[in-house]
Write a protein that binds this ligand. Structure first.
Ligand code: NAP
Length: 633
């Protein structure tokens, strides 16, 4: 596409041209730069150019436009005051004109304010005298702000067939942030938010208006016009709540789309729903990407970790855009990868969130033990966590916990004013039910979900704490003695949380034949996402899914050295009145998994005793099932 902006000096051709250039991703050409030295000298002396002076200049511009059109187009700012000049510059059918026009006084003011421009302000009148009303293109009065002029120009160009690169549906926390991130990275975006009379009106436009500094955004409230504004094949990212809203949005959207179009669900949808939706769109000849996004509002705006799965062809259509907006790993590679088929992108996001639950809960347990068991102040705990975060324990969650422990409101710790009730929105519980379905032990991460459930029963907890006289007991030993053990226990609890999550991912991947690449998954989780950490960097570099996670180099040593510390810290907490659901489930889980002789013989005997369920014998390797008449011995 070629865009030519015309007008006398002072109309803002360069400002608009540069805005459009950024918005459309096209190079900007300033016609003044194409003048010969003789023309420049003449204008500097205040002498107007003759038509003879202009012809070679216009020809060089026309040649440049044709050349640029071969590689996608350009935006040219050129006075082109007469229709004859404009006709010389009309070189292609995909060429659009925007003629800027302004009041003489306003232009005069702008000209006088200019510095370092070779055009004398006194030449304005001569330009206005020869200016001819254009016979084609958009004639635009420049009374508005530069941002408004840019918006009107963008709308005009879309009405002329110019299309935006991607559309985002849902202007909530995540949709807005991702759209702005895309636009700032040179991807033109159409914004859409549903219209609900009296409640949700002009939402997308308000975001457009709040960001005049970002040029390539267009706002819509009409779904059909939004779809029509997009380049084909269309690419549409939905950032709306999971569940029925996604199906309802697809029902409204799909009749407006065509074969080869792509729809991305960037929310936290349940992966089996996503499996179904991939198939639904495939049957219609369209692409569907179930895509996990992690990093919260800040991440979405500045660089999230992105987990797209589903249709690989669809991924190829947006791989460049996603790479531009994602976080970057240590080597500068984008924290985005094609995860695998079906709902695998949403599946790993679900497990990511479940690990996030576990990591958060371990920190909560330690804050409580240090504060009320050891009598540490919030500032002391913050200093301990900050110190840990400088070494191999570094993690985003550790850092923000150190930070929030210092946050004061009205001179008092904000944390103490926050109600101790945590909710959960789906992904944690879905991970747990999936683990149960696949027979994968999940107790440490399951306990993180359960802990939120228990926290929700505040009134009952308060009542029980009185009737059972519960109080935290002060620890008698010194913090100096315990701190190295607490640190080791923390490190191991985290390893266990990660092992549990990676094991579930591997089992489901193997069963469904997804072939997930766990080093790559860990790599895209080394930055941008909530569970980014030094541990994740080690997993990304060392984990080979052919061996058990616990035997990963670097991890194995910590499992050996840390397990006594974890048991001791959990014992300390429990005997002093502290619930430590994730850390205690962690050590139980670990001991259970490294115990050669488990207590399950007793279970099998009980089952056979009361229900004739049969059992297998250690002294019969054939695997044959036995039953015993237990009451007859
Ligand atoms: P949000 O701030 O509540 O925004 C939700 C958006 O969806 C709003 O634009 C809302 O429009 C729209 N919406 C609500 N119900 C709708 C419906 N039935 N049909 C069409 N549009 C509807 O939510 P969010 O935090 O951006 O989250 C969006 C998705 O990303 C969710 O799946 C969430 O789980 C996931 N996610 C969130 C985060 C995070 O940190 N917030 C991180 C990763 C993933 P109205 O303004 O008109 O209500």
């Amino acid at each position: 596409m070629l865009v030519v902006i015309t007008g006398v000096s002072g109309t803002g051709k360069t400002t608009l041209g540069m805005g459009l250039s950024a918005g459309l991703g096209l190079p900007f050409l300033d016609a003044d730069q194409f003048h010969s030295p003789a023309n420049i000298a003449k204008m500097s002396r205040g002498e107007p150019l003759s038509d003879e002076d202009r012809i070679p200049w216009l020809q060089s511009l026309a040649d440049a436009l044709l050349e640029y059109q071969k590689s996608g187009g350009a935006v040219l700012a050129c006075s082109a005051l007469k229709n004859a000049y404009r006709q010389r510059l009309q070189v292609h059918t995909d060429q659009h004109w925007i003629h800027l026009q302004g009041d003489r006084d306003l232009l005069w003011e702008r000209m006088l304010a200019r510095k370092g421009h070779y055009m004398k302000a006194s030449m304005l009148d001569s330009q206005l005298a020869i200016w001819e009303k254009p016979s084609f293109g958009l004639l635009l009065n420049i009374t508005g702000t530069p941002e408004q002029v840019l918006q009107v120009s963008l709308h005009y160009l879309t009405s002329q067939g110019m299309k935006m690169k991607i559309g985002v549906i849902g202007m909530g926390v995540m949709g807005k942030s991702l759209a702005l991130n895309l636009a700032e990275n040179g991807v033109s975006v159409s914004l859409y938010n549903r219209f609900v009379a009296g409640k949700e009106e002009g939402v997308a436009q308000a975001i457009r208006d709040a960001h005049p500094e970002i040029p390539h955004l267009l706002a819509f409230e009409d779904l059909k016009k939004f779809v029509e504004s997009l380049e084909q094949p269309r690419k549409i990212l939905m950032m709306i709540p999971a569940g029925a809203a996604i199906d309802a949005q697809l029902d409204a959207l799909l009749p407006l789309l065509e074969k080869d179009d792509l729809v991305i669900d960037g929310g936290n949808s349940f992966y089996l729903d996503s499996d179904r939706r991939v198939n639904r769109l495939k049957e219609m000849g369209m692409h569907f990407l179930p895509m996990g996004v992690s990093g919260g509002e800040e991440g979405a705006r500045k660089g999230p970790s992105i987990m797209p799965g589903g249709n690989a062809e669809g991924y190829a259509m947006v791989a460049d855009f996603l790479g531009r907006i994602s976080a970057k790993d240590k080597e500068g590679k984008p924290c985005v990868t094609y995860v695998g088929p079906g709902g695998s992108g949403h599946f790993i996001k679900m497990v990511h969130n479940s690990m996030e639950y576990g990591e958060m809960q371990v920190l909560a347990e330690l804050v409580h033990l240090l504060r009320f068991g050891f009598g540490c102040s919030a500032a002391q705990i913050s200093a301990i966590f900050s110190d840990w975060a400088k070494g191999e324990l570094k993690s985003f969650l550790l850092e923000i916990t150190a930070d929030l422990l210092l946050f004061k409101e009205g001179g008092e710790l904000l944390l103490d004013k926050i109600l101790d009730q945590a909710g959960q929105k789906g992904t944690g519980a879905w991970s747990l039910t999936t683990a149960l379905e696949y027979g994968i032990p999940y107790s440490p991460l399951a306990e993180a979900v359960n802990a939120r459930g228990v926290s929700g029963e505040k009134a009952m907890r308060v009542a029980f704490s009185k009737s059972f006289h519960h109080e935290f007991q002060k620890v008698e030993g010194t913090l100096e003695t315990w701190l190295p053990k607490i640190k080791e226990a923390y490190a191991l609890a985290r390893i266990i949380n990660h092992e549990v999550g990676f094991r579930l991912m591997k089992t489901v991947s193997d069963t469904k034949g997804w072939g997930l690449n766990f080093n790559e998954i860990a790599r895209i989780w080394t930055n941008g996402c909530i569970i980014r950490s030094g541990l994740m960097e080690r997993i990304s570099a060392n984990y080979a899914d052919q061996i058990a996670f616990f035997e990963t180099p670097g991890v194995k040593e910590q499992v050996n050295s840390g397990r006594m510390a974890l048991a001791e810290v959990v014992g300390l907490g429990l005997t002093h009145g502290f619930a430590m659901p994730v850390m205690s489930a962690g050590i139980n889980y670990l001991l259970g998994r490294i115990t050669a002789e488990s207590s399950a013989s007793v279970i099998q005997a009980q089952r056979d005793y009361f229900g004739a369920h049969t059992y297998q014998r250690k002294d019969d390797p054939s695997g044959k099932f036995y039953h015993t008449e237990w009451t007859k011995s």
